[in-house]
Design a protein around this ligand. Structure first.
Ligand code: SF4
Length: 223
């Protein structure tokens, strides 16, 4: 199984996808970073908002929240109910508000009010999993990490580039196999590509720029 598609040319694939995504809306965190919300804390807040929430909701919610508060100090000073209200278009607003309050207070008490670029500390925060940790480290801290969400996980398995069951396994497999210079860019490219081309249900294989490269593993119906 591994050898059959082991020669999938991922560098050629990424090169083609770069051209495709130029005309697509960027993934939420990359969009917000481009708009200037790129401190580790801001990107962590944005990633927490984005959990189980569509990018179309995440981006305006984050903008509205950052207009009110952008630092741990400003978050800690918010009324928790107001924070929940500001988050409300996103899913699980109450839980996310509670987690953000805990995070803001921990940063004030333990880290002089600044989120450190430290994987262990990030993973110790409530509501922060490997995807958000790696996005913060990769985008805000310049520390290469592969951030794997459902799109990245699905697509690299369809390519046969990895053979994994969970996003965690995919992250580990990619960090062993993919040259490090592509680790952060992979998420930036595959999230919009996965939303608009290589979709979860019925991917657009007939017009896909990778049609001649891709073994389409596990794809039963496509457009
Ligand atoms: S050919 Fe189909 S399965 Fe392969 S990357 Fe394109 S849309 Fe996805």
């Amino acid at each position: 199984m591994e050898t059959k598609h082991a020669d999938f040319d991922i560098l050629e694939a990424l090169q083609r996808i770069r051209a495709v995504v130029r005309s697509l809306p960027p993934a939420a965190l990359f969009q917000l970073a481009e708009e200037g919300f790129r401190t580790p804390f801001e990107l962590l807040v944005a990633c927490i908002i984005s959990v189980r929430t569509r990018d179309e909701v995440t981006v305006p919610t984050a903008r509205r929240l950052f207009a009110r508060a952008r630092t741990p100090q400003e978050f800690a000073a918010l009324d928790p109910n107001e924070l929940a209200r500001l988050l409300r278009p996103a899913t699980f607003a109450q839980v996310k508000a509670q987690n953000l309050m805990v995070i803001a207070h921990r940063l004030l008490v333990e880290q002089n009010g600044t989120l450190p670029c430290n994987e262990e500390f990030l993973r110790s925060l409530p509501g922060v999993g490997p995807k958000c940790t790696n996005l913060v480290l990769g985008i805000a801290c310049g520390i290469p990490r592969v951030a794997v969400d459902v799109h990245v996980h699905r697509i690299v398995n369809r390519w046969g580039y990895v053979h994994t069951r969970t996003p965690e396994q995919t992250m580990q497999a990619l960090e062993q196999k993919l040259p490090q210079q592509y680790w952060v860019e992979l998420n930036r490219l595959l999230v919009p590509f996965g939303k608009h081309v290589c979709t979860g249900i019925a991917p657009r294989c007939s017009t896909c720029v990778l049609a001649d490269l891709c073994p389409r593993i596990g794809v039963t119906h496509h457009r």
